[in-house]
Design a protein around this ligand. Structure first.
Ligand code: NAD
Ligand code: ZN
Length: 378
């Protein structure tokens, strides 16, 4: 089959590789119909996971049709249309039973935590979903079966695999409720969805920050948020605190590590800064109100010695973060899409055949061609 493979820093290639096969009795094989590129894939191709193996299949936002099932699989059958969440989770352990599927105890027995498609042995050793076929473990728990009569096309459903529930969780974690002022850092796919969800949760004011002008414009036009380009304000944190009369009730970081730098450059920059700007975290600590919540959705993969802990402590700020536990949110969010509560497709700017994945990574990473979200069709 054809699959997108990691070749080195900022280098991916579509290669012919062996088809996956069932390995356990509760595995399923899925023929992928749509699969997206995520901001987390950018961290990966920037070198976030040390010693990432060459030729490893990447990608973790797929959906498709069940092709084969193991003998113990009862949840799905051949021909079912399924969404495959990025969390690989057993469904049985304490964490899976308590809505924290991203911390499953069993799916990654050798790693510190979490198992995900397309992130190498460090995250469980499950090849990724930017491929024609995908082996999905825990077939009785992981896949979401799209109801047979559903008329919703792939593009409406695909992001239930990751960024829709991730952004929803980020807003829930921020405890956004009626009348709140919310500042959302980053206008990538995750930030743009979080903006929609902040309004849905009853926010009275939603402010978005980025520095890519076309993404800010998209945020303003489609989500009717106030926009700020952080490169145009020397003291943006102070300014945002002033205009929100003491700071926002919640700040949601949908940025993570600087997307333009490799992980190694990130660490070098952090070391040089010696108390200076920490990017989104620093900004969040400045523009959240006393007693407010900072919800970090963006991925951080290194240690940060200059973390402004004193600022968080002095102002009683609550900090929450982590890999989103997406599985338990999917049914609820599927229904919201079906009812027309929101439409996630407005972020799709590029639909490409799987064979053009390298171009997709390039435009998404370089922010060329007004790219927001790339969907690949195997
Ligand atoms: P993206 O790279 O397209 O978007 C990030 C945006 O942040 C870009 O538009 C960039 O210009 C902007 N940005 C950069 N520095 C900024 C700063 N200092 N302040 C404000 N904006 C800034 O990625 P995405 O797909 O939207 O994903 C966003 C983040 O969410 C990534 O870090 C990704 O890894 C992470 N993510 C986390 C989870 C999870 O489970 N926690 C799941 C999916 C994605
Ligand atoms: Zn993702």
């Amino acid at each position: 089959m054809k699959a997108v493979t990691y070749q080195g820093i900022k280098d991916v290639a579509v290669k012919d590789v062996a088809d996956p096969t069932l390995q356990k009795k509760d595995d399923i094989l899925v023929k992928i119909t749509s699969t997206a590129i995520c901001g987390s894939d950018l961290h990966l191709v920037h070198g976030m996971v040390p010693n990432f193996p060459k030729d490893y299949i990447i990608g973790h936002e797929p959906m498709g049709i069940v092709e084969e099932t193991g003998t113990e699989v009862t949840k799905v059958k051949k021909g079912d249309r399924v969404i495959i969440p990025f969390n690989i989770s057993c469904g049985q352990c304490f964490y899976c039973q308590n809505k924290l599927e991203s911390q499953c105890d069993h799916a990654n027995p050798h790693g510190q935590s979490g198992a995900y498609f397309g992130f190498s042995d460090t995250f469980g050793g499950y090849p990724g979903g930017q491929a024609e076929l995908l082996r999905v473990p825990y077939g009785n728990f992981v896949p979401f079966v799209v109801p047979e009569n559903s008329e919703l096309e792939d593009d409406k459903l695909l992001f239930l695999s990751d960024i829709v529930p991730t952004a929803w969780w980020g807003v829930e974690q921020a405890e956004v409720s009626s009348g709140d002022t919310v500042i959302i850092l980053g206008c990538g796919p995750v930030g743009l969805l979080a903006q929609k969800f902040a309004w849905m949760k009853g926010a009275s004011r939603v402010i978005a920050v980025d520095y890519i002008q076309y993404r800010l414009n998209h945020a303003k036009k489609t989500n009717h948020v106030e926009i700020f380009d952080f490169t145009k304000h020397d003291e943006l944190g102070t300014h945002l605190k002033e205009i929100t009369k003491g700071g926002a009730d919640a700040v949601i970081d949908c940025v993570g590590m600087d997307g333009k730098k490799t992980a190694v450059e990130m660490v070098e920059t952090a070391l040089k800064l010696q108390g200076g700007s920490m990017g989104p975290i620093q900004l969040a600590s400045q523009c959240v109100r006393k007693g407010g919540i900072v919800s970090i959705v963006g991925v951080y993969g290194t240690r940060y010695n200059m973390f402004p802990l004193g600022d968080f402590f002095a102002r009683n700020i609550t900090l929450k973060m982590g890999q989103a536990p997406v599985i338990h949110f999917i049914p609820e969010l599927y229904h919201k899409i079906k009812q027309g509560d929101f439409d996630p497709t407005d972020i799709i700017t590029h639909t490409l055949p799987l064979t053009e994945a390298a171009h997709g990574y390039d435009v998404f990473d370089e922010k060329h061609d007004n790219c927001i979200k790339v969907v690949l069709k195997p």
